[in-house]
Structure formats: C-alpha cells, structure tokens
Ligand binder design. Structure first.
Ligand SMILES: NC(=O)c1ccc[n+]([C@@H]2O[C@H](COP(=O)([O-])OP(=O)(O)OC[C@H]3O[C@@H](n4cnc5c(N)ncnc54)[C@H](OP(=O)(O)O)[C@@H]3O)[C@@H](O)[C@H]2O)c1
Length: 356
C-alpha cells in the first residue's frame, strides 16, 4: 500500500458537482474517510459565476476540493452548443481552481475524461499521449476545456506550489446513471433494453452495428475509490488515467447484461447503424503502479447498476439541456438530457455542511 501523504480525516472536503453521477459517488466514498463533506447546490452557487464561487469558498474555506462539476453531453449537444461547452467548462474550472488557490485549499483534484486524448492515439492510451495529435472534432470544445483544466492545475502547482492534481476517468456506469433510451450510454441502454424485453416477454434485443467495437468500463464507485486513493497518495504534475485497463466487445457486453438481467432471448445486430471507433482503451499502468486496481468486477458492477435501475436510483431526464459524459462511447449514443430530479447520494449517510 503506498504511503498516505494527505489524510482526509478531520478535513473539510468540498465536492463540486455532488449531485452528478461521479460527484455523488465521491460523496458516498468519502463517508468512510472521517471528513466533513461540503456541498453547494447549483442553484445556490453557479460555478460559472466568479463572485458566487469566491464568496462561497471564502465563507466555507474547504481544506480539499474534488472538482466533479462540469457541463457535459454527447455528440449532438457538443455539436450544437460548442460555445457553451467551451465557455461554461473553462470558466467553471478556472473559478474553482483560482478560488481554491486564493483560500489556500491544501489539495484539489480536477476530473476530466478520456476525450482529452487525440482521436488516433495508440491503444491502450498512455498519459503521455496528451497533445500528441488532433482531437475528435465532435467533442473538441469539451476536450479543450478539460485539457485547459488539467494544465491550469499543473500551472498552479508550478507557479504557486499548490498540490492540485488531475484524474481522467474512462466510461463510467452505476448508480446515478442515465437510463433514458434516447440519450443514454451503451451500458445503461443495454440494461434497460434487456430488462424491458424480459418483462414484456420479447424474443430479442438489438444492438447497434456489428457489436465488435471494444470499450472499457469502470463502475462509478470504483472511480470514486480511485480518486480518493489518488487524493491521499499522489502528488505530481501529470494527470492519471482512471480505468479498469480492460475492454470488452459490445456484443460480449450485451451477453453479460442479458445474463445478469435474466433476459433469455436473442441478441441481434442492426448492421445499418455505425460501429464508431474500433477500440478505445486507456492504459491503467500508471494507476496500477500507484497501488490501485478496481474492486468491482464487470458482472458484479452490472448487477449493481441493474439494482440501481430497479430501485429508481437513476436520473429522470427531460428534453432540452444536457448533462452526463458520453465522450468515451459517443458513437453509440447521442444525447443526454438534463435531469429534472437528481438522485440524492445513497449507500451512506453524509454530513452536509450546515449552510446547506
Ligand atoms: N459519467 C461518465 O461516464 C464520466 C466518464 C469520464 C469522466 N467523467 C467526468 O466526471 C465529471 C462529472 O461527470 P458526471 O457524469 O458526474 O456528470 P453529471 O452527472 O452531469 O454531473 C455534473 C454535475 O456538475 C454540476 N454542474 C454543472 N454545471 C454547474 C454549474 N455551472 N454550477 C454548479 N454546478 C454545476 C451539475 O449540477 P446540476 O445537476 O445541479 O446542474 C452536476 O451535479 C465530469 O468532469 C466528466 O467529464 C464522467
């Protein structure tokens, strides 16, 4: 086990984006760290507003920050609103990172995603592939904002000696995911399709394309665990990939989902639909070398996600604005609409700040 260089025990820890899929998982995981968790509703503090961010940070003075808030969405949303994706994310992360510097936050973690890497990066994608080629054009605005965020952390580290680090998670799934069939990622879409087919007694479920593309998945609770591990043990300029280091074909995944859900019909392929990138896998070597590996196997994780779906622990979406991160599997799904009623953190009781 690597040495703990930053203990969260007794610290005031601000989770920005605590109602999102990732932020809520971080809140659940932090419950066992003996820290005080600080959160602020979007309606209370719009992170795009420097005055609001600085006032809240000045009043609450966190010791540590997880920056899991972002404006996120799929191909269609990125294509339609490139200015929003670039502006909102740049300003949001600049506000939080600069305010954290001003109020002397001891440690900050910035969360990005695998879309920061060049479209044609060698697989598995190592951290050093950053800025070595052109980005995927469909999510360039978002990717550029995320690259700016991790570079901003590195710059505050260099210029001001701040312990600000960055983590880049792969495709995540689990509680809090979007199960809307028009806008969801491949994993929740398969779970919902298989479930509904089982309930209706249907004989087949259909997947897009040949089913041969390979994708990587990580349960969101594993992601949160990795983030806390890095927060406690990692301090360096370079960002760290957070993934399982393993990929699976979409067809195999569909088979696994069907098994977990108990759907016994056939899985057929819609060959009129595109396959997208043949493979997208991030290297997990650095994270492994830092002493972390996933604890939730894919089958177990799918079962957990299915139970979250059955329990209604997912996001009710309505059309209009977007949230969610489809970058890693954006060729398989298109749009993720903003929630109308976000889930509350579950699995743990968290101590919210009295101001909430
Ligand atoms: N989900 C994935 O598969 C995945 C994969 C890789 C990386 N990531 C990264 O993880 C991070 C979080 O993703 P997620 O999937 O958890 O997204 P999410 O479910 O959409 O959550 C985003 C959170 O950010 C908050 N937020 C957005 N704009 C805000 C603003 N202006 N002021 C205050 N709060 C704001 C949202 O609050 P409201 O809902 O109240 O608006 C929400 O709580 C992102 O950086 C993303 O790139 C996610």
């Amino acid at each position: 086990m690597p040495e703990v260089i930053y203990s969260l025990a007794g610290k005031k820890v601000y989770v920005a984006g605590h109602r999102g899929m990732v932020g809520s998982a971080i809140v659940r995981r932090l419950a066992s760290e003996g820290c005080e968790i600080l959160t602020a509703l979007h309606a209370e503090v719009d992170l795009r507003r420097q005055d609001q961010v600085e006032a809240w940070m000045g009043k609450n003075r966190p010791d540590a920050v997880f920056l899991a808030a972002a404006k996120v969405g799929g191909i269609l949303a990125n294509h339609t609103y490139p200015a929003d994706f670039l502006y909102d994310n740049l300003i949001l992360e600049a506000n939080v990172i600069h305010a954290a510097y001003k109020v002397r936050v001891e440690k900050l973690m910035f969360l990005g995603s695998s879309c920061i890497y060049p479209k044609f990066a060698d697989q598995p994608i190592v951290e050093e592939a950053l800025l070595s080629g052109s980005l995927e054009p469909t999510n360039e605005s978002y990717a550029i904002a995320k690259i700016a965020g991790l570079k901003l952390c590195a710059a505050y580290r260099k210029q001001h000696g701040k312990d600000f680090i960055s983590a880049m998670p792969t495709n995540l799934y689990g509680p809090g995911d979007n199960f809307d069939l028009d806008s969801s990622h491949v994993m929740p879409a398969l779970i919902r399709k298989a479930h509904e087919a089982k309930v209706k007694g249907e004989k087949e479920i259909r997947i897009w394309g040949t089913g041969t593309p390979l994708r990587e998945f990580l349960h969101v609770d594993d992601c949160a665990d990795a983030c806390i591990h890095l927060m406690k043990t990692y301090s360096a300029e370079s960002h760290v990939n957070v993934g399982s280091g393993e990929d699976i074909s979409i067809l195999e995944l569909a088979g696994l989902v069907a098994e977990v859900v108990g759907f016994e019909g056939q899985i057929t392929r819609d060959l009129t639909k595109p396959d997208g990138t043949p493979r997208k896998l991030m290297s997990a070597d650095k994270l492994r070398a830092l002493g972390w590996s996933p604890k939730i196997g894919l089958k177990e994780g799918i079962a957990d996600a299915y139970h979250a779906f059955l329990d209604g622990h997912y996001l009710e979406r309505s059309n209009g604005t977007v949230s969610g991160d489809l970058m890693g599997q954006s060729d398989i799904s298109f749009e993720r609409a903003k929630t109308s009623a976000r889930h509350a953190p579950t699995h743990a009781t968290v101590a919210h700040h009295p101001s909430r």
